[in-house]
Structure formats: C-alpha cells, structure tokens
Write a new protein. Structure first.
Length: 261
C-alpha cells in the first residue's frame, strides 16, 4: 500500500470515528434533553396538583368562614326579628281582643326576616356570584349590609369592567366579603368604601374603613394576624397580591390586585 492510499484510508477511518463519536454525543444530548423535558413536565404537573390542592383548601376555609359569619348574622338579625314576632304573637294570644296594629307589626317582622334570609341565601350562592359581574355581586352584598343598618358601604368603579376568570372572581368576592365582616365586627367601622380600578391586565380593589384600626406588626407578632395572612395567601393563589395598612384609631386600608386570567 502506497503512502497516499494509506493516508486516505487513515483519513476515512478517523472521519468515521469522529462521526460515530459526534453521533454518540448527539444521542446522549437528545436523551438528556428528553429527560430534562420529562422531568420539567412532571414537576409542572406536581406544582399544578399542589396548586389545585392549596386552592381547594383555601376555598374550603373561605366557605367555612363565610358560613360562620352568616350563621352569626342569622342569629343576631333574623333570630332577633323572629323572636320579637314570637313575643308579639304570644301577647296577642293572651289578649282578649285582636290588635290589628300588632298583627301588622308581626307581618312586617316576618316579612323582613324572610327578606333578610333571601338576601343571605343569595350572598352564599356561588353560582349566582359567578353569573354576576364583580361590581354587581359586591354592590348587592353592600346593599344587603346597608339594609341592616350596622354600617354604610359605598362602591365605586374606575375604568371599564373586564371579564375575570370565574374561579378568581369567586375567591376575590369571598375575600371582600370576609374583609367587610372584619371591618364591621372587629373594627366597629360605621363607613366602608370599596373602589374597583380596572386596569389593562388586572383589577385593583381598595377597601377602606373608618374603624378603630390596629398595629399590623404587633398583630402578626402576637399571632393575631391570621386573617391578614389568609387575605395575602388567597390573593397570591390567584396570581395576585395584597397589602394591608392600618393605624390605631385611623382605620384600615386593604389593597388587592388580581389578574383577569
């Protein structure tokens, strides 16, 4: 074999080995990429499952708190009205003459109790909340509370209302509902303002009351800030955020930002 032929054969062998090595590395690289891709999909699925579990847990907590608030409201308002009606009926039963005036009062009290129960039932219905716009659902809740006379709530809107993911809308409504209950029952607020600000990508809700306020740092330090933490956690679950500012004797302001999708 001549020197040129030997060099040609050697070159072919070397080139073949190089291609084999390159091919081997390509196969390894593809396998590595596929493995990373598979791992990424599995991690994404795990995170999605964890998110759904946290979301379900949060929804159950919200429902429980809502039911507790409504239960207390039925006891305090509807229960008292019906108790008064019962007393009036007993008086009429023991009286020798029927008082038309008292009978009308009983009818009015029973009617008010039925109206209050209907309003409470509407505020509990998730399907009804989903069917309404965010502003309408909150306005109805504000009107229901205003009728009770315990506090006066005003609702205002800036910007054009945009459609929001139904699950996020329900969570946001429950956050607002809980915030209103906190302002009324714990802060003794007589006036509460709710402002909706519709931006390009998200909705900002500002809830401001004239209640007694509190020291936020002290509340968290003494483990009394669970309600504040719940608001932040639930807002974060929707991909949003929240801030809470409060001062003693100066009221509280809750600022919630939620993306539409």
């Amino acid at each position: 074999m001549s020197q040129p032929e030997y060099e040609i054969i050697t070159g072919i062998i070397v080139a073949t080995l190089v291609f084999i090595i390159i091919g081997f590395f390509i196969v390894i690289l593809i396998a590595f990429i596929n493995q990373r891709k598979k791992k990424h999909i599995e991690e994404k699925a795990t995170l999605q499952l964890k998110f759904q579990q946290e979301l379900l847990h949060s929804q159950l907590e919200i429902q429980e708190q809502t039911f507790n608030n409504i239960s207390q409201e039925i006891h305090d308002n509807v229960g008292q009205i019906l108790s008064l009606a019962k007393v009036q009926i007993n008086i009429m039963n023991e009286s020798e003459t029927m008082s038309k005036e008292m009978l009308n009062e009983v009818k009015e009290n029973v009617g008010k109790a039925m109206s209050d129960l209907r309003d409470i039932a509407k505020s509990l219905s998730s399907e009804r909340i989903r069917s309404l716009s965010m502003h309408s659902a909150v306005s109805n809740e504000a009107e229901r509370i205003n009728k009770s006379g315990v506090s006066q709530i005003s609702v205002s809107v800036e910007g054009e209302e945009k459609k929001m993911n139904e699950q996020k809308k329900l969570i946001l409504f429950r956050i607002i509902q809980e915030s209103l209950q906190n302002s009324i029952k714990h802060a003794n607020a007589s006036r509460i303002g709710i402002q909706f600000q519709y931006g390009a990508d998200n909705l900002q809700v500002i809830i401001k009351d004239n209640g007694k306020g509190f020291d936020t740092e002290e509340a968290v330090k003494n483990n009394n800030g669970l309600g504040l933490l719940n608001i932040k956690t639930r807002a974060a679950l929707t991909g949003g955020s929240s801030t809470i500012e409060s001062k003693l004797n100066e009221g509280t302001t809750i600022n919630i930002t939620i993306p539409y999708e």
